[in-house]
Design a protein around this ligand. Structure first.
Ligand code: PMP
Ligand code: GLN
Length: 382
């Protein structure tokens, strides 16, 4: 028996590839985006208590009502959007799942979706598996800003959706007001849906403000906005997230969701419903992570890598153009094997493997890990 692959050109994700290689070679893993520091003990205790209290059975298919309630309060406070708890939020097993479900909800065969590259690696396969067509636009190197004129030029009668990700993985780029204005004009002119990946909403630095689709009624009315608790609470392995969308969009989203996942992990939802009341836990995140980023930046100044400045996410991109002509994948492998540092080659976030000689480093690590990594990186000789 043979499977006619729906994703014939897809291999193993770069995150797994580099994490496995890092393990094999005992390398410090600054590749895949996950913290190596401990998450909140209080949140762990809340999950423990919740299990012991017997909260171990299915909760409502749309997510635990108390958790949706807290999320709705948070949206009102942060983004001035009074989300309808019953009709506009669904808890999902992670942000990636929310993105996949939103795309599957909207896309039909032959639909076109505007995707900016470098792009988080699930986007393009998630579009293609639905028979739709990713229309790729490169962010301008090295600023990684969106070329809005090109967006306009690439819109056709088949364009259904535009995907936005801010703070952006892998570059750390964040949208500004001018981007929002451009987006408003374009989606209104062409009646497009928006998929907004905002999993790094709180990981934003240098006093920048996260500009969420939730904040703008004329954008929200056409948006699926996706979030991840994994990123907000340093528990990427918990795989819990949520999607917010206006009622008519969410109704269709739930049709797809209910027969795929139905109901997500219940004890964690009970725990989060309590923990979300602690605003400081998410409001202090930007400052906390900025310290790590700044520490890493200072160390990296003493290595041959050249910073490509940015303001958000778990990541910073560095150019190595000045000291090596290797392609970025080969260099990432060599650094892992010979210097004990795993990174992610940014070409993996481009369908055609565009190589600007840039590596992505995850700085969501203990200072001692970052320092150890620096000691290895400063020995690089080419
Ligand atoms: N989008 C982006 C850009 C990400 O980096 C991540 C993190 N892995 C996700 C979505 C989703 O995260 P998760 O599925 O782990 O909640
Ligand atoms: N978002 C994480 C990253 O970019 C990894 C997610 C994954 O491994 N799929 O590194």
């Amino acid at each position: 028996m043979q499977i006619l692959s729906k994703l014939p050109n897809v291999g193993t994700t770069i995150f797994t590839t580099m994490s496995v290689l890092a393990q094999e070679h005992g390398a410090i893993n600054l590749g895949q985006g996950f913290p190596d520091f401990m998450m909140s003990e209080e949140l762990i205790d809340l999950v423990n208590d919740s299990m012991k209290a017997g909260n171990n059975q299915y909760v409502h298919m749309n997510g635990l009502p108390a958790l949706r309630e807290e999320l709705s309060k948070k949206c009102l406070k942060l983004y001035n959007n009074n989300i309808d708890v019953n009709n506009e939020i669904t808890i999902t097993p992670g942000g990636t799942y929310a993105i996949y479900t939103a795309l599957t909800t909207v896309l039909n065969k032959g639909d076109e979706v505007i995707v900016f590259e470098p792009a988080y690696d699930s986007y393009i396969p998630n579009i293609e598996i639905n028979g739709a067509i990713p229309v790729l636009i490169s962010l301008q190197y090295p600023s990684y800003r969106i070329p809005w004129d090109e967006v306009r030029a690439k819109i056709t009668a088949n364009t259904k959706m535009i995907m936005i990700n801010s703070p952006h993985n892998p570059t750390g780029m964040v949208l500004d007001e001018e981007d929002i204005n451009q987006l408003k004009q374009i989606v209104a002119e062409h009646d497009l849906f928006i998929l907004s990946d905002e999993v790094y909403e709180h990981l934003i630095f240098d006093d920048k403000k996260h500009l969420s689709m939730l904040n703008y009624p004329e954008l929200f009315e056409r948006s699926f906005v996706c979030f991840s608790f994994g990123k907000t609470y340093h528990c990427t392995g918990w795989k819990l997230g949520y999607c917010i969308a206006p009622k008519p969009l969410m109704q269709e989203f739930r049709k797809v969701h209910q027969f795929n996942c139905f109901s997500c992990n219940s004890p964690v939802q009970f725990a989060l419903a309590t923990y979300l009341k602690n605003e400081n836990a998410y409001l202090s995140l930007g400052k906390q992570l900025q310290q790590k980023r700044d520490y890493f930046r200072t160390l990296m100044q003493q290595t041959p890598f050249k910073l490509i400045p940015s303001h958000g996410s778990y990541f910073e991109c560095y150019s190595y153009e000045g000291f090596s002509e290797q392609n970025d994948f080969d260099l990432a492998v060599e650094l892992t094997k010979n210097y004990g540092i795993a990174t992610i080659p940014v070409s993996s976030f481009y369908k055609n493997k565009e190589d600007n000689k840039v590596l992505r480093f995850c700085f969501a690590k203990k200072e001692e890990t970052l320092y150890k990594a620096f000691e290895r990186l400063k020995k690089i000789k080419f």
